[in-house]
Design a protein around this ligand. Sequence first.
Ligand code: CP
Ligand code: NVA
Length: 303
Amino acid sequence: MHLLTIKDLTSDAAQGLLGRAAALKAWKKAGIPYSPFIGRTLGLIFEKASTRTRVSFEAGMAQLGGSSIFISPKDSQMGRGEPVRDTARVLSRYVDAVVVRTFAHTIVEEFAHYSTVPVINGLTDTHHPCQVLADIMTIIERKGGYSGVKVCWIGDGNNMANSWIEAAALLGFDLTLACPDGHRPDPDFFKRATEGASSKIKVVTDPAEAATGADVLNTDVWASMGQEAEAALRKAAFAGYQINRRMLSLANKDAIVLHCLPAHRDEEITGEVMEGAQSVIWDQAENRLHIQKAIIEMLLTSC
Ligand code: CP
Ligand code: NVA
């Protein structure tokens, strides 16, 4: 089994992961060691920068008793053009699972096709499933669950937004995305992802419409990795889409604020809101660790 998108999970599997991550977190807090994967190895191939994803997977694997090997294009043959399919087949002979962070989603799909061990998407241009699972874990901690919780996404219809759309359809919570024209999620993707969904999932233009009555306010950078050259144009396009005190005042009184990080303070979110009482951003970042451990466990015990 691979975890390339949220759609690779059934609703039961996603709920199982969320419950398991909470249990692993409780054990960690109580100092109860749990190291079932002694002698197992996790490979990490990262073609983009990372702090949270890399460190949470490496620390998580160590806590589970295993070890990790980090590989970047700078110091591997992949960076010199060795085909993805060859790298996947060779690494599968050495390690027990691989986390891949890359550009086109087709690269991680090709990697998984040729890999004989589980592959985890550590972020592509169009999906970031591990992050969204950690975000939902944070919602459960703060709201007691996600049923009936109104989530809003303000900003770019990017990789994070796509994984949120798939998660809302899979788990059945309401999601309103506010994105400026030209930066909405791909309409074909949106249609496929929301087909048969039991909850209300919609894309609007007005950020105030999305924020009004929301229980969760959620955003991300306006220029993702690989879009650095468009940063100035994007900054203009997203003016008015900032999560600030005024935007927060439209949401429910006890609304929480999420940001996957890294953040650009005073662009997509003000420093005041990030540091404010309704921000759960640091718990959200911590939960990456616990959800990664649940993902590793699920995949290493499924093969
Ligand atoms: N949120 C997230 O994936 O962070 P990193 O880019 O630091 O891994
Ligand atoms: N959308 C951002 C998420 C970073 C974790 C990016 O792809 O750069």
